[in-house]
Design a protein around this ligand. Structure first.
Ligand code: PLP
Length: 370
């Protein structure tokens, strides 16, 4: 029923992930390996800080760009990570999650017909936000190792290419872009004067190598990070963005007329989150990653995930991923079929943001299906 609905909503459907969630709601005790958020709770000091903020009356609108102490604390992090001498003067917008930053970024940059390069498999939101503003998603295939190749990116570029949108560590593949890969993307973007959106929401989750940021290699990077995954604050809606001044300024103007500001209480508590070490949780997730990779590698030809909390696993060639996931769900294991994130339906996404017992049971069931 399309009464009242704007044309821009054509083609934007409930994500396949929602469909799996709806199925999960009907199952009694599913082994849920489909979840996109950490399985642990927000650290206690952060909860305490939020409580104190409420009681101290920090319940009102904040400035649109976010509270100054948080913006400065984040700029200090930029200074220590990137060594930027102008870090303390950089634009810094606190957003309602990275989703909020993405929505604003696409809204202020995309004209109808503009092309946005996405690396397939991609995080679903990028494709839909591109389409919402009349842009055209141009997919660059990164199978089988999920690393974009320079020649493929060059081939995808036209006079209409405005943005390359990347995500490292990547949802859904769990891959991390190496320094060489980021430098190659930077060279191409610089040559064609393209804006790069770098979604680094999983930057804490790196198991084998040091995390490398696109912002280190390309000056026109719109860098986005948040606290949903690092501190499990998914419901608190905390993200931030820095990058080219004109773009962040327009995003700030649009935030004023949309989200208004990121949640005030969460902003106060994030000051404490920034000081809360999460290394033990990341070490715990590395053990989970090992469990998944070692548990599945004999029967499934998967690439070892080096980051985030997902494995992107190929199904046997005789079936589609949707068929395989249906079979897994019938056997009580919830997964997401790859076609939710890709033009192909050859892999499933397994999230290891789950209890070790669930992961082990899930692995046994999946192995029994092939
Ligand atoms: N970007 C990626 C790659 C994600 O996986 C997610 C959440 O799953 C988001 C952005 C959205 O995060 P937030 O909770 O900060 O809006």
């Amino acid at each position: 029923m399309n009464e009242y609905i704007a044309n821009r909503m054509n083609g934007i459907d409930a994500s396949g992930i929602r469909k799996v969630f709806d199925l999960a709601a009907k199952m009694e005790h599913p082994i849920n390996l489909s979840i996109g958020q950490p399985h642990f709770d927000v650290p206690d000091p952060v909860k305490k800080a939020a409580n104190e903020a409420v009681l101290a009356g920090k319940n009102r609108y904040t400035p649109t760009q976010g509270i100054e102490p948080l913006r400065n604390a984040l700029r200090k992090e930029l200074l220590s990570e990137f060594g930027w001498s102008d870090a303390m003067e950089r634009p810094m917008l606190i957003t309602s999650g990275v989703s909020g930053a993405l929505k604003l970024a696409f809204a202020v940059t995309i004209n109808p017909g503009d092309e946005v390069i996405l690396f397939d498999p991609y995080f679903v939101m990028y494709k839909h936000l591109t389409a919402l503003y009349g842009g055209v998603p141009v997919l660059v295939d990164t199978y089988p190792d999920f690393t974009p190749k320079s020649e493929d990116i060059e081939k995808a570029i036209t006079s209409k290419t405005k943005i390359i949108c990347l995500n490292t560590p990547c949802n859904p593949t769990g891959q991390i872009y190496t320094k060489e890969c980021l430098k190659a993307i930077a060279d191409i973007a610089r040559k064609h004067n393209i804006l790069v959106i770098s979604d680094e929401i999983y930057n804490f989750y790196c198991y084998d190598n040091k995390f490398e940021s696109m912002a280190k290699y390309y000056e026109k990077t719109l860098l986005m990070r948040g606290f949903s995954k690092s501190h499990s604050m998914t419901g608190w809606r905390m993200g931030w963005v820095t990058g080219p001044k004109n773009v962040v300024e327009k995003m700030t103007i649009l935030q004023q007329y949309s989200f208004v500001c990121a949640p005030s209480v969460a902003q106060e508590a994030t000051l404490v989150a920034l000081k809360t070490n999460m290394d033990d949780k990341i070490a715990d997730y590395k053990v989970k990653r090992d469990l998944v990779y070692n548990g599945l590698k004999d029967k499934f030809n998967l690439v070892c995930p080096h980051g985030a909390f997902y494995a992107f696993v190929p199904v046997p060639e005789s079936m589609t991923a949707t068929d395989f996931v249906t079979k897994a769900i019938q056997n009580n294991v919830l997964l997401i079929p790859g076609n939710v994130f890709s033009s192909k339906d050859t892999h499933f996404r397994l999230s290891f943001a789950a209890k070790d017992e669930d992961i082990k049971q899930g692995i046994d069931i999946l192995n029994s299906l092939v």
